[in-house]
Ligand binder design. Structure first.
Ligand code: Q9C
Ligand code: ZN
Length: 341
């Protein structure tokens, strides 16, 4: 299958993130994408292509206009205050607070985020924008001539909601692609999120809609980030009721436990009869991932690819998390090579 990739991801490189009470070097680093690209080349997965620019319009089909505008202008406003270090939010509205948008950059950083897990530098916006174009370009290639494609997006996207960033994510690449698929003629799109963390942003975006089915396998929110969503009883709302499926799993889950949830999610997806499948492909389910607690090994990703191929759907793979940098390429590309076989 074809891989879409942009060197612009490199523009996003921040110094530190807050983890377990300490500032530490960002786990989400440029070498992640380099390792995956190297593996795509090494395995001869297929052509590697630059994205086409589809502009802002597809972004604001899922994100609010004021949020996208905020992201696009944030660094300029920050730098105008003489600040040269990474941007990070500091305060969020607690319960029972009216959500009024403040005017200054510090207040707005809190307003447009849900955690301090998405630092921004001078190049973050450009990297995130090009990442979304990578997802859109990969989707467009499926529409035309191919049955599957790989969007090697960085930064990742599945924690970004309608109007907030967080968890290393700014623009929700998978959600933007899902909406673009609908806008180009699909009636129903299924998203399968296999990243270790719940795809809270994607869930948020489609929670009240029946035209995108969201399914996610992830660490149980009682103990795992993003802490507040991902429970099995979150089933969707209004017209979206019955189109959201969460599979929270215990720490230490290995292929045996994990693949049982996968089978159930795949049964739900097949029953939905979607026109396309979008896989939020995080490989932080790996046993040696530094911030996660599942126990998949590298060969298990081959089995995941084999399983997904059985659905027989046009499939877009969108890169999400995975922080065992040495193995991220092997693990991610194992899914793709086995899917293609
Ligand atoms: N001790 C993605 O995988 N920090 N984002 C968790 C755990 C944030 C993960 C801390 C993790 C964000 C796309
Ligand atoms: Zn993750």
């Amino acid at each position: 299958m074809r891989t879409f990739y942009s060197e612009a991801h490199r523009l996003h490189h921040c110094n530190a993130e807050l983890n377990e009470g300490q500032l530490m070097p960002c786990f989400e680093m440029p070498s992640r994408a380099d390792m995956v690209l190297d593996r795509v080349k090494h395995t001869n997965l297929g052509q590697i292509l630059e994205p086409t620019d589809f502009g802002f319009a597809p972004l604001t089909r899922v994100h609010s206009e004021r949020y996208v505008e905020f992201l696009a202008q944030a660094w300029e406003r920050w730098a105008a205050l003489g600040r040269e270090h990474d941007m990070l939010p500091l305060a969020w509205p607690p319960r029972r607070t009216l959500a009024r948008c403040p005017e200054d950059i510090d207040g707005q950083l809190g307003f447009y985020s849900f955690d301090a897990g998405a630092p921004m530098n001078a190049g973050t916006w450009e990297a995130a924008y090009q990442g979304a174009q990578v997802a859109l370009s990969a989707l467009a290639c499926i529409n035309r001539e191919e049955s599957a494609a790989f969007a090697l997006c960085r930064p990742p996207g599945h924690h970004a909601g309608i109007d907030y960033m967080g968890g290393y994510c700014y623009l929700n690449n998978a959600a933007i692609a899902a909406q673009a698929a609908l806008d180009s003629g699909a009636s129903r799109v299924a998203v399968l999120d296999v990243d270790f963390h719940h795809g809270n942003g994607t869930q948020d975006i489609f929670y009240q809609r029946p035209d995108v089915l969201f399914t996610s396998l992830h660490g149980d929110p009682r103990r795992e980030y993003p802490c507040f969503t991902g429970y099995a009883d979150e089933r969707g709302e209004g017209a979206g009721l019955g189109f959201n499926f969460n599979y929270p799993l215990a720490p230490g889950s290995d292929w045996t436990a994990w693949s049982q949830a996968l089978s159930d999610a795949m049964r739900v997806i097949a029953g939905y009869q979607p026109d396309a499948l979008i896989v939020s492909l995080g490989v932080d389910t790996f046993k040696d991932d530094p911030i996660s607690s599942f126990k998949l090994d590298s060969d298990d990703y081959l089995r995941l690819g084999e399983q997904l191929a059985l659905l027989g759907l046009p499939t877009l793979f969108v890169m999400e998390g995975g922080y065992a940098v040495e193995e991220i390429g092997i693990n991610a590309v194992n899914v793709l090579t086995a899917f293609d076989a």
